[in-house]
Design a protein around this ligand. Structure first.
Ligand SMILES: [Zn+2]
Ligand SMILES: [Zn+2]
Length: 550
């Protein structure tokens, strides 16, 4: 089968998170990234959101591999579910695989993990993948060029152009330039910060801020950040060591990632600088730094528990310092503010991204994005990894860099781009979207269940139980009304009694109708009860008629 090479976008377009794309070359499919996203406030009770990879499942015999660009959840988080569906080798840098392996072990999923490096290459079928280092808010990240018989596609993945990264591993501009000289037909680039002017500051400035704050602090210091941001953790450890403070890590993902990071040499901290969290009481308050999870206000993470005074080993008190070294992901602000309020109430000095430069982004801002386009000099451009507004602004940047409008596409999940002889066209769309995970259920919560959950959450439920003699339709017991989330039963007995009487009247009025026809009965109950409740309360609880026969 000769061409075209197809690029199938399965997640991460028009939304933040759940990144996944597939490259189909000569009938062989390679998946790049396998991320998840977190539910929005309308997805009540949903734990996680996965990409819909039905397209791949239907062709699983042709899927050859997954390549991971870095260890963030929005790029690796769906792997445990994916591999149970489609068991193929997974390629990534050692840190990315180390983080992925922990998650896979937790889920008891066996995987064939294969290490790659940047610079490095890998051949799968007739397609050659070249890996190019990028700097990002997690070490060991890479971008991927797919060099196919139909042309070359370069996917930057998540990147910034930090000129002084903590680990000295910069985005490899020379390698991108070399690839550009060979010719890049299509560039797919990270749009996260397309709305931000200028350049994203270097990670190093966070270290300077931390040093300032640490020097001024005379109590316990608590720093919350993303567990995967080992550059940040490195800087916390360095400043702590300068001040002879011991460091304790709190939070499962923090402890895990620190272990993986130290094993692989991405986190350099002396053994004698580290203490177990259970031992902090043996040290004075000005002798320790606690590095913990919970920078997003997650209710069960360490920082929330500390702020609420519920953590088993860590408390805060007047004179302590707490630094939230992360900015809230959109939607998390109220939870983060709740934690900050709690910390202030406990008497702590609090520093966070809205008041101090205690965080920088891991994504390139518009000047860097323009530079990337100029460096790659692609024939075609597609902005990826962002909401529509970010994709649209990234498109404008490409126009300013001289890419003609007809050579820029904005794509959505499910779109397919075909590359043939260095030219791109749109292919037929494929199935894509969200698969919701709730507990052990994958995909069993859909729009109808969510609608019910919303109704229940808004106005509650009334159950109306009636016991009927099936032979003659006599009402033997009831109607009994049971409610949850509507009114408190004890305080609203009159309302409920009156409602029950009304339902009884309505049922008795069903003369001539077949009272053993349950659907008719249920309709009468719903109508009578719904109308009465609306008149009395202006609420519309869900009404569940339950008919029992004796
Ligand atoms: Zn990332
Ligand atoms: Zn990402």
């Amino acid at each position: 089968m000769a061409g075209p090479t197809r690029i199938i976008f399965l997640g991460g377009l028009g939304e933040v998170g759940r990144n996944m794309l597939a490259l189909e070359c000569d009938g062989e499919i390679v998946v790049i990234d396998c991320g998840l996203s977190f539910p929005n406030e309308e997805m009540l009770g949903v734990d996680l959101v996965l990409p819909d990879w039905s397209y791949l499942r239907e062709r699983s015999d042709r899927v050859r591999a997954v390549i991971l660009t870095h260890g963030h959840e929005d790029h690796v988080g769906a792997l445990s579910w994916f591999l149970r569906d489609i068991d193929v080798p997974v390629y990534g840098t050692p840190l990315t695989l180390g983080i992925a392996r922990r998650r896979l072990d937790e889920f008891g999923v066996k995987a064939d993990l294969r290490a790659i490096q940047a610079p490095g290459e890998l051949e799968i079928g007739r397609c050659k993948f070249r890996f190019i280092a990028v700097s990002h808010s997690i070490p060991d990240a890479l971008s991927v060029a797919a060099i196919t018989p139909d042309g070359t596609v370069y996917y930057t993945a998540d990147f910034k152009l930090d000129s002084s990264p903590i680990d000295g591993r910069k985005t490899d501009e020379a390698a991108i330039r070399e690839l550009a000289e060979e010719g890049i037909d299509l560039l797919l680039s990270d749009s996260t910060n397309a709305e931000r002017p200028g350049r994203t500051p270097s990670e190093r400035i966070v270290g300077d801020t931390l040093r300032d704050i640490f020097h001024r602090s005379h109590g316990r210091i608590i720093v919350a950040c993303f567990a995967s941001n080992l550059h940040r953790v490195q800087q916390v450890c360095e400043v702590a060591e300068e001040l002879d403070r011991k460091v304790a890590f709190v939070g499962r993902s923090m402890v895990n990632n620190v272990e993986v990071g130290r094993d692989l040499g991405h986190l350099r901290v002396r053994d004698d600088s580290l203490i177990e969290i259970g031992d902090i009481e043996r040290y004075k308050r000005d002798e320790v730094v606690i590095c913990c999870t919970g920078s997003q206000g997650e209710p069960l993470a360490a920082l929330s528990l500390i702020a609420a005074g519920d953590h088993k080993s860590v408390s805060v008190t007047a004179g302590d310092t707490v630094i939230l070294s992360a900015s809230p992901i959109p939607g998390n602000e109220p939870a983060v503010h709740r934690v900050i309020n709690g910390l202030y109430k406990a008497g702590a000095d609090v520093y966070h991204s809205e008041t101090s430069p205690v965080h920088v982004s891991g994504h390139a801002a518009s000047e860097e994005l323009a530079f990337m386009i100029a460096l790659a000099r692609p024939s075609y451009f597609i902005p990826v990894h962002g909401e529509y507004r970010q994709l649209a602004l990234h498109r404008n940047l490409a126009l300013e860099e001289g890419i003609p409008a007809e050579k820029i596409e904005i794509v959505e999940d499910g779109d397919v781009i075909e590359l043939k002889a260095g030219k791109i066209t749109r292919g037929d769309r494929v199935q894509a979207g969200m698969v919701l995970v709730d507990g052990l259920g994958v995909g069993d919560v859909g729009p109808i269940v969510l609608r019910d959950r919303r109704l229940l959450a808004q106005d509650g439920v009334i159950m109306c139980v009636v016991t009927i003699d099936p032979r003659n339709g006599d009402i033997l017991a009831g109607p009994d009304l049971i409610t949850r989330g509507f009114v408190h039963e004890d305080g609203s007995r009159d309302l409920l009694d009156e409602a029950a009487d009304l339902v009884l009247d309505a049922l008795e009025d069903m003369e001539g109708e077949d009272i053993t026809d349950w659907s008719a009965l249920k309709k009468v109950i719903r109508r009578a009860l719904g109308q009465y409740v609306w008149e009395q309360t202006r609420r519309r609880p869900m009404i569940l008629p339950v008919i029992m026969e004796i």
